[in-house]
Design a protein around this ligand. Structure first.
Ligand code: PEP
Ligand code: MG
Length: 565
């Protein structure tokens, strides 16, 4: 939806998208270079090669230049950013892609067409695999544009280095685009595509910069044009009154500086405690999270340590990794480890079933243990050994639980090892059965990313369904309410560990619904804690009622803002 009015002096645009990270920024637009100029591509059409081998050599040189560019960038950074860039370098050098290009050249296709055929071949395969692999399609298209740029002799597309603090605007951002973003220079992110659980959204939360995704009409904004971004309402404006826009941005910067000083532990203004926890992936992220004002870990995604493994790690090796994560958190803090959530968006070579037609609805998460119980048993043995050696209180939960029988048998295995069992609520059937689930487990943790995907029947990675893959959907909130209520009645903890927990406004709603803990990226903890400290439980309950009564996410956000004054 966009409202466009043209004045004599300037173009005014008021665009609406899905708000992801709140905050107001007023700065010039920095456009990510997307498409290669058509003229350069047309000129290349008249370039001829002696034979298919010569064309292949040109392709190899261009692909190597792209890969070398990624590798050079990877050397400037460390951790996840370096991994992302190295993965992109690997994709550019991929032998499979090269062999499809070679085959197409041999069949007489011109070079750019052969490259496109190769990229589309793998994009099709990745899309079929779904989830995280589907997200790699953005990388593939990014690589195609970069190789094309080298072949036709223009600058590589991507994110230009900002020369002043800017708002980065793109159709969509690939992980290789975001790996090097400097939050001092990129003050906000706006994309035309993408949803609240897309890669862009996750990065914006990690960096703590305002972000709006799925903005229809974003392509109309010009490079260098001053843009006012409101990450709380999802409104992106050009042609705003400069004085008013600067004042709003300055007020917001002061507000965010105050939020950053929040130290925890979290309570509402009337003293009701809410546990704020961190989501972690491995030992380095656990060590970083341990420095945030959190009371422990609410989601340790164990599968993320094994994404590149061909074979199942031994119990000893798993124990070492888990003990490393647990020991980052000392006495008084607990860690909730999630058993392998392989399959669908997280394909793991040694666990995932191959060739499923619809992996998101296939054998993923706990379902992998149905025909391979040893996989779960060995992981639980390793978690128990790590808990014993570190002395850290360890809770263990299963992903993708759909039935009571699954919860019951999982809980028995976890209890047999002296650990505390829980299940994730990610499938609507589990939310509907929450009260009975709590008869067999000690806690529930709602994975709002998947619960939203399965409730709304909308792929969480789909770039065109942002309004559906939104945890503010009243239907999703009803399932959360039902689950939280079951916890209140059973006097057992019910937390949230999906992206919804990182939204300060939604956090008030979730607490009002009876949620007892919120687990999120460490960068999101302070704004959420500070927001909760400003509202009473009665405010939160009012906010929850307002959100449930709304007809859609936009109306829910507006009603909650009003309810909280
Ligand atoms: C979720 O689905 O909300 C969740 C936390 O699990 P993941 O994002 O790892 O699927
Ligand atoms: Mg999930």
């Amino acid at each position: 939806m966009s409202v466009v009015t043209q004045t004599a002096r300037e173009k005014k645009l008021t665009l609406h998208g899905t708000p992801v990270v709140s905050g107001v920024v007023y700065a010039p637009a920095l456009l990510a270079r997307g498409e290669i100029p058509t003229a350069a591509i047309e000129a290349f059409a008249s370039v001829t090669f002696a034979d298919a081998e010569a064309a292949l050599a040109a392709y190899e040189a261009a692909a190597a230049a792209v890969a070398d560019g990624f590798t050079a960038k990877a050397l400037q950074v460390s951790g996840a950013a370096a991994e992302v860039l190295s993965a992109s370098a690997g994709l550019a050098r991929d032998k499979g892609l090269r062999s499809v290009v070679r085959r197409q050249l041999a069949a007489g296709e011109p070079l750019l067409r052969a490259l496109h055929t190769g990229v589309e071949h793998f994009a099709g395969l990745f899309t079929q695999m779904g989830g995280l692999m589907a997200e790699r399609v953005t990388d593939l298209h990014d690589i195609e544009r970069r190789i094309t740029a080298h072949l036709v002799g223009v600058a590589e597309p991507g994110v230009p280095v900002p020369t002043e603090p800017s708002v980065l605007l793109a159709k969509d951002l690939a992980p290789s685009d975001t790996a090097l973003l400097d939050p001092e220079l990129v003050l906000a992110l706006v994309t035309g595509k993408g949803g609240p659980t897309s890669h862009t959204a996750i990065i914006a939360r990690q960096l703590g910069i305002p972000c709006v995704v799925g903005v229809a009409g974003a392509g109309e904004i010009q490079d260098g044009e001053l843009v006012l971004v409101d990450g709380a309402t999802g409104v992106v404006t050009t042609g705003a009154d400069p004085e008013d826009a600067r004042r709003r941005a300055a007020d917001d910067a002061r507000e965010r500086a105050e939020l950053a000083r929040w130290t925890g532990p979290a309570t509402t203004a009337d003293g009701v405690g809410v546990k704020l926890l961190a989501n972690v992936a491995d030992v380095p992220t656990a060590q970083t999270a341990a420095g945030a004002p959190v009371e422990g870990v609410g989601l340790f995604r164990t599968e993320l340590s094994f994404l590149n493994r061909a074979d199942e790690p031994s119990v000893e090796e798993q124990t070492g990794i888990y003990a490393g994560v647990l020991s980052a958190f000392g006495a008084g803090r607990h860690v909730v480890a999630r058993t392998l959530d392989a399959g669908s968006d997280k394909p793991i070579a040694f666990a995932t079933h191959k060739g499923e037609d619809n992996p998101a609805l296939g054998v993923r998460g706990l379902r992998l243990s149905f025909d391979n119980p040893g996989l779960l048993d060995r992981q639980l043995d390793a978690l128990a050994a790590a808990a014993a050696s570190s002395g850290v209180e360890t809770w263990v939960m299963a992903p993708m639980v759909a039935t009571l029988a699954e919860a019951e048998s999982f809980a028995a295995k976890v209890r047999a090892r002296g650990l505390k069992p829980g299940v994730m609520i990610e499938v609507p059937s589990a939310a509907l059965q929450a009260a009975r689930m709590l008869e067999v487990v000690d806690f529930l943790s709602i994975g709002t990313n998947d619960l939203t995907q399965y409730t709304m029947a909308a792929d969480r990675m789909a770039t065109d369904l942002a309004h559906l893959t939104d945890a503010w959907q009243p239907a999703v909130l009803q399932l959360v309410a039902m689950t939280a209520q079951a916890g209140v009645t059973a006097r057992k903890p019910v937390g949230i560990c999906g992206e919804a927990a990182a939204d300060p406004l939604l956090a008030c709603v979730l607490v009002g619904l009876g949620i007892t803990s919120l687990s999120m990226a460490p960068a999101a903890v302070r704004p959420v804690g500070a927001q909760l400290s400003r509202v009473t439980m009665a405010d939160c309950r009012r906010a929850a009622e307002a959100a449930l009564a709304a007809i859609d996410p936009d109306a829910a956000r507006a009603a909650v803002r009003e309810a909280l004054g």
